[in-house]
Structures are given as structure tokens and as C-alpha cells.
Design a protein around this ligand. Structure first.
Ligand SMILES: C[S@@+](CC[C@H](N)C(=O)[O-])C[C@H]1O[C@@H](n2cnc3c(N)ncnc32)[C@H](O)[C@@H]1O
Length: 475
């Protein structure tokens, strides 16, 4: 078949050549690129075309005709339906190879770099049960259709309460799972007890259409280092007696739970955060250790979800920074202060800047609790804070080194410009999205920085996500 003959719905045989962005793979028909969902490089598949554009098409695997030698049996019975672990059917060593290539592709194609100073990816020793946080959604609609959920029972209880993970692009429906291999067996038990409790409660799931109902999210945070375990039930309104009953059910089925929190979100936005929090058991927080520092993590705190790999990632950032005792560091997008605290002993002073008030509060609390006295945390949006806020600028020492850890969208262009104006000697850029990192690093390097080292670190086995740390020197 010729590329111009492709239409939506066409089925065709494809040889899968490479991995691509976002867990997809690539096949070529006479040089025309087809991005294929559900395949593995080395496969020969029959795929159905789902989209045709001028320069590329998209397709989804219908059946595998010749499996790639990279394929392994996925552990999870929901694999293929749940959007979480796109690569569970690929051996871990090969996943790492794809992730390394993803960083290379981003820096070569988007950043325009050649002879990339990239180091071999740091993989994760634990490839299952590595998460310290899981977030499940409640829904009154269950995702059932293709590809079918393997080995699972399909039930249709009344009232219809389902709790699990969203399938990709379907925010109204959830895959009603009974187990996930990314947190612990205890976490699975809590998920199932919660579903049972909700179904017996006589209450409904909140829906944004009706703007009523009770159950919204279940968030489980489990420390890897202190055995503390938080269950946070996010609901639309406050029902004290229901929460008290829920605590009893949890204590019977999962005595490992150390604290139970009820976050109340009265807004339409379907997010697992809210306006108020009530604690029904314990002190409403858990503690997690990173290096020698102990962090207090509350229900609303950001905290890296893979504790062991977070330590490695931040360790790379620290060693790249090569801090001297007289140097001032600005930690941009400082969150709850994990990087700042980790590097504090090596620097004269660390100034963290962060836009979320509760994160700044947590960061200050974490510094105090760990006896760290040379870190300061400042609330503000970075695009207004840096060189523009002259009063603020005068009251702080200028940075010798900058550590930057932005969200997936990368840095606002104005922030990049202001970093250039501040002119630090070294920049350590930690990123969870190599495409935006490559874009930002390109701008910095087109002015007066040089990319010295690039280190990919895998925080999320079986997903296509990859973190990378770039070191830039002023030239
Ligand atoms: C990837 S997290 C970094 C977390 C941090 N390194 C830590 O370990 O806690 C990105 C952080 O940037 C913050 N953020 C996002 N946009 C921001 C902005 N425009 N100005 C300041 N902070 C921002 C988010 O609230 C979040 O805490």
C-alpha cells in the first residue's frame, strides 16, 4: 500500500522499526512515518489506521503477527487497557534503551545538539512496587470495552461506584481495578476495602454534571523508609459520621494505616486537592527520608513518587553542581525543598523560589525539622520574581549556581531570559520532560552557556516517562 492510499480504518501490515515519544513506536512506508500504539520495535503487526495527516499517520495494533524478541509477558492483568504502564510488555533493559534514545532524540531534534555529552541512563532496581503515592478516582461509569480486561470479572453493582485508574483520554470513566503492581499489597487492600465501604455507604460518586455526590478520589501515600501510611479520601462535602465509619473499616482491614485524612473539594475541577482537610486518625502527615533528611509530607504536598530514584536523581544534581562553601545557590521551582536541603551543606546559602504556598510552608518546616539554617524559601511565580522584583533582588545575594526543576511544560520564556540576565556560572537543570528541557537548554546555549553533561535517570519503570539532569557551564 502507498502512503497516499491510507485512510482511517485501513488495516495494514507494519514492521516496527523504533520507539517514539509517549510510548508509541514507529514504522515507515516508503519513508512515510506511521506512529503505532501497542507495538514493540522488532514486531510485525497488523494495525488499524486511526489518523492520517500530511506528514504522518497514526495506527493501533490489531494483532501481532511476529513478536519482537524484546517482548516479555506483562505482569498486570489490566495491561493494554490501563494507561499507566505502557511498556510492561517490553524487557526492562530495552525500556532503558528507549528512554536513553528519547533524551538523545529530544536534544538532537529539538535542541539541535550534535555530539551530545550524554551519560548512560541510571535504571531503577525496583521495577514494581516503587511508588510512594497512588491516586485513584471514583466514577459512576466503568470502562469495559476494548481491548477487554484480561482475566477480570465484570460486575455491575448498584449503586454504581467504581474506583480505579482512568483509561487514557477518558476522564469520565475508570478502569475498576482490584490490584496495581506499582504500590504495595497493602495499598491494593486499601483500594478494595474503600470500594466495598463506598458501595455499602448508600452514598454516590460526585459527578461534575450533577455537581453532587460524595466520593471523588482515594490517595494512598506510603513511606518507603518509615512505614507510615496515609489514606486520604477526597470528597465533595464533609460527613463526619461517614469518615468515622471509614476509619473503622480501614483499621480492621489495614492496620498498617497510620493516618487518615479527608480532603474536601467543593469545586467542579476533578482534582485530588481541595479547600479544607480534616484528620480522622493520626497526625495527618507521613515522613519520608531522602538521604539524611527527614521530610514531612502532608496530603497536599508535592513529593517525588519514587523515593529511591529521587535520591539518585538529586544526588546527580548535587554532584553536577560541584558546589563550593562560599557559593550562593538559587533553587528555582523548589517545591517542598528536597533539592535545597540535599545541597545545603555544600553551599553558603540556598534560596528556593516556588509558587505554591503549601509547598513553601512544607519546605520551611522541612528545613527547620532537619536543623538546616542556610536555606530560605520564597513564595512567588518565577516569571515575576527574578530580575523584575527589584526590592526582592536587593535583599538577596545573587546566584553563583542555579538549580532548576520546572514542571513538564518547562520554563516560561521570560524565566529563561532572566536566568541569562542573572548570569550564574553553572546551571543544573533537572527535568521530567526532555523535549521542553532541550528547548530551554537550546536557548541558554545559544547565548553564553555550554552543555557539559546530560544524565538520564529512570524514575518510572514501565512508563515512557524519563527524567534527565543537564549541567551547563557559562562560557
Ligand atoms: C517538578 S516540581 C519540583 C519539585 C521540587 N524540586 C521538589 O523536590 O519538591 C515543580 C515545582 O514547580 C512549581 N511551579 C510551577 N510553576 C511555577 C512558577 N511559575 N513559579 C514558581 N514555581 C512554579 C510547582 O508548584 C512544583 O512544586
Amino acid at each position: 500500500m502507498q502512503p497516499h492510499e491510507l485512510t482511517k480504518g485501513t488495516e495494514l501490515q507494519l514492521h516496527i522499526a523504533d520507539s517514539a515519544f509517549e510510548g508509541k513506536t514507529v514504522s515507515r512506508i516508503d519513508g512515510f512515518v506511521v506512529f503505532v500504539e501497542g507495538a514493540v520495535p522488532g514486531d510485525v503487526v497488523i494495525a488499524r489506521v486511526t489518523k492520517v495527516k500530511k506528514s504522518y499517520a497514526e495506527a493501533r495494533v490489531v494483532r501481532v503477527e511476529q513478536p519482537s524478541s524484546h517482548r516479555v509477558e506483562p505482569r498486570c492483568k489490566y495491561f493494554g487497557t490501563c494507561g499507566g504502564c505502557k511498556w510492561q510488555h517490553v524487557g526492562y533493559e530495552i525500556q532503558l534503551r528507549f528512554k536513553q534514545q528519547h533524551v538523545v532524540d529530544a536534544f538532537e531534534r529539538i535542541g539541535g545538539f550534535a555530539d551530545l555529552p550524554i551519560l548512560p541512563i541510571i535504571g531503577s532496581e525496583d521495577i514494581y512496587f516503587y511508588r510512594n503515592k497512588m491516586e485513584y478516582s471514583f466514577s459512576d461509569q466503568q470502562w469495559l470495552s476494548e481491548p477487554p480486561v484480561r482475566n477480570s470479572e465484570i460486575r455491575n453493582p448498584k449503586p454504581e461506584i467504581f474506583v480505579g485508574l482512568h483509561v487514557p483520554q477518558r476522564y469520565d470513566k475508570v478502569l475498576d481495578i482490584t490490584e496495581c503492581h506499582l504500590q504495595s499489597e497493602t495499598s491494593n487492600r486499601i483500594l478494595n476495602v474503600t470500594r466495598e465501604f463506598a458501595r455499602k455507604s448508600g452514598l454516590n460518586v460526585y459527578t461534575s454534571e450533577s455537581e453532587s455526590g460524595y466520593f471523588r478520589f482515594l490517595v494512598i501515600r506510603q513511606s518507603k523508609r518509615t512505614n507510615e501510611l496515609m489514606v486520604n479520601l477526597v470528597t465533595f462535602d464533609e460527613k463526619k459520621d461517614v469518615m468515622q465509619g471509614y476509619v473503622k473499616a480501614l483499621q480492621t482491614a489495614a492496620p498498617e494505616v497510620t493516618t487518615v485524612v479527608n480532603t474536601i473539594n467543593t469545586k467542579k475541577a476533578q482534582i485530588a486537592y481541595g479547600e479544607t482537610e480534616q484528620t480522622y486518625l493520626g497526625d495527618g502527615v507521613i515522613h519520608e527520608r531522602l538521604g539524611k533528611h527527614l521530610f514531612t509530607v502532608s496530603a497536599s504536598s508535592f513529593f517525588q513518587t519514587n523515593t529511591v530514584q529521587a535520591e539518585r536523581l538529586y544526588g546527580v544534581a548535587k554532584s553536577f553542581a560541584e558546589l563550593q562553601p562560599h557559593e550562593v545557590v538559587w533553587d528555582l521551582y523548589s517545591g517542598t525543598g528536597s533539592i535545597a536541603l540535599l545541597i545545603s551543606a555544600a553551599a553558603k546559602e540556598v534560596i528556593g523560589i516556588e509558587s505554591v504556598e503549601s509547598a513553601v510552608r512544607d519546605a520551611k518546616r522541612n528545613a527547620d525539622a532537619n536543623g538546616v539554617t542556610n536555606c530560605r524559601f520564597i513564595l512567588g511565580d518565577l516569571k515575576d520574581r527574578l530580575t523584575r522584583d527589584t526590592a526582592w533582588m536587593q535583599s538577596h545575594a545573587k546566584p553563583d549556581v542555579m538549580v532548576i526543576d520546572p514542571p513538564r511544560s518547562g520554563m516560561h520564556q521570560r524565566v529563561v531570559e532572566e536566568i541569562l540576565a542573572l548570569n550564574p556560572t553553572r546551571i543544573v537543570y533537572v527535568s521530567c520532560n526532555p523535549t521542553t528541557q532541550a528547548r530551554d537548554v537550546k536557548i541558554l546555549c545559544s547565548e553564553r552557556y555550554r552543555l557539559v553533561k546530560l544524565q538520564p535517570v529512570d524514575m518510572f519503570p514501565h512508563t515512557y516517562h524519563i527524567e534527565s539532569v543537564a549541567l551547563l557551564h557559562r562560557v
